[in-house]
Design a protein around this ligand. Structure first.
Ligand SMILES: C[S@@+](CC[C@H](N)C(=O)[O-])C[C@H]1O[C@@H](n2cnc3c(N)ncnc32)[C@H](O)[C@@H]1O
Ligand SMILES: O=S(=O)(c1ccc2c(c1)CN[C@@H](CF)C2)N1CCSCC1
Length: 278
């Protein structure tokens, strides 16, 4: 009977249970679910991709950024999140908890082919935002391959998420993190703690670009791979930022249209935060 079917995750603490879920994360499926149409439809003005890429472009190019080192926290198998930043920072570090994701990134960066997703439309769109002709995407791809210095293991639940020698003593000049913290934390307290842990990687006065899901309680990272998510609202995001030593510069919210709700998760909105470390 069902009753004796105890979940193998029971008995683990919340963080350990989340880590057990991630052992089944399927990069190719994840990319297919989230980074192809209808969610990634460049022909539609109201699609979420143009909105997110525009938020990142504006945040990186409005003139208040300085320094050399940008670190992407929980990169996963995706690169869109550093396509604007790679023109502003001379060194970019990508990070993820899973080797399968680090491998996916390495495959693209070493241009070995067999990538799970073609990032060209994303590169072309960011070129357009920069006032360049879309055919400059090959130069942007080369720039990205040139500035990404490494792809490192990370665990945002550790008080020191990266290896001790991964960053210069002063820390990173800028962090970007997309759909990571709320997707890897068992509850709001763990989300806020993780925000504090990554804050320690950032120099005072450095910027954090945080993108994440609002109102999401689960998502699928492969067929039958259901991963729990901390459902957040805007107020909780703002409170967690303040509690973790950041000053909010801007919060923007995108509410997903009905046709963007494709069954791979129950996300209702996406937030974009630009903040500064106190
Ligand atoms: C929902 S995906 C986000 C991927 C990508 N940043 C994006 O924008 O789509 C969450 C990522 O967090 C990673 N992750 C899981 N546990 C983690 C942990 N404890 N610390 C840091 N990253 C973790 C996963 O491997 C996965 O790549
Ligand atoms: O905002 S998305 O639709 C998106 C992208 C990624 C995710 C979600 C939503 C919601 N579930 C998250 C689970 F962690 C992952 N988007 C997909 C197209 S490109 C820009 C990002």
């Amino acid at each position: 009977a069902k009753s004796h079917m105890r979940s193998p995750l029971l008995g683990l603490n919340g963080v350990a249970a989340m880590k057990a879920c991630y052992r089944r994360f399927d990069p190719a499926a994840y990319l297919q679910y989230n980074y192809t149409p209808p969610r990634a439809d460049f022909t539609r003005k109201d699609s979420i991709v143009p909105w997110k890429l525009a938020c990142l472009h504006r945040a990186f190019t409005e003139g208040d950024m300085s320094g050399e080192l940008l670190v992407d926290i929980g990169s996963g198998p995706t690169l869109y999140q550093v396509m604007s930043g790679c023109e502003v920072f001379s060194k970019v570090l990508l990070t993820d908890f899973l080797e399968v994701n680090r491998q996916e990134l390495r495959r693209w960066l070493q241009d070995e082919g067999q990538c799970s997703l073609d990032w060209t439309p994303y590169l072309q769109h960011v070129c357009k935002l920069e006032g360049r002709r879309p055919s400059a995407w090959t130069e942007k791809a080369a720039k990205l391959r040139q500035v990404v210095a490494d792809i490192l293991p990370i665990d945002v639940h550790c008080s020191q998420p990266l290896a001790p020698d991964a960053l210069p003593l002063a820390g990173a000049d800028c962090l970007v993190s997309c759909f990571c913290l709320e997707s890897v934390s068992p509850d709001l307290a763990a989300f806020t703690r993780a925000l504090g842990h990554i804050g320690k990687l950032l120099r005072p006065g450095g910027h954090l670009m945080l993108i994440g899901a609002l109102g999401e309680s689960y998502y699928f990272a492969g067929p039958g791979v259901r991963i729990p998510v901390v459902p957040l609202n805007e107020a909780q995001v703002c409170t967690s930022l303040k509690e973790s030593g950041y000053t909010l510069i801007r919060l923007e919210v995108y509410t997903l249209t009905q046709d963007m709700r494709v069954g791979v998760d129950d996300v209702t909105g996406v937030f974009f935060v630009k903040a500064k470390k106190d």
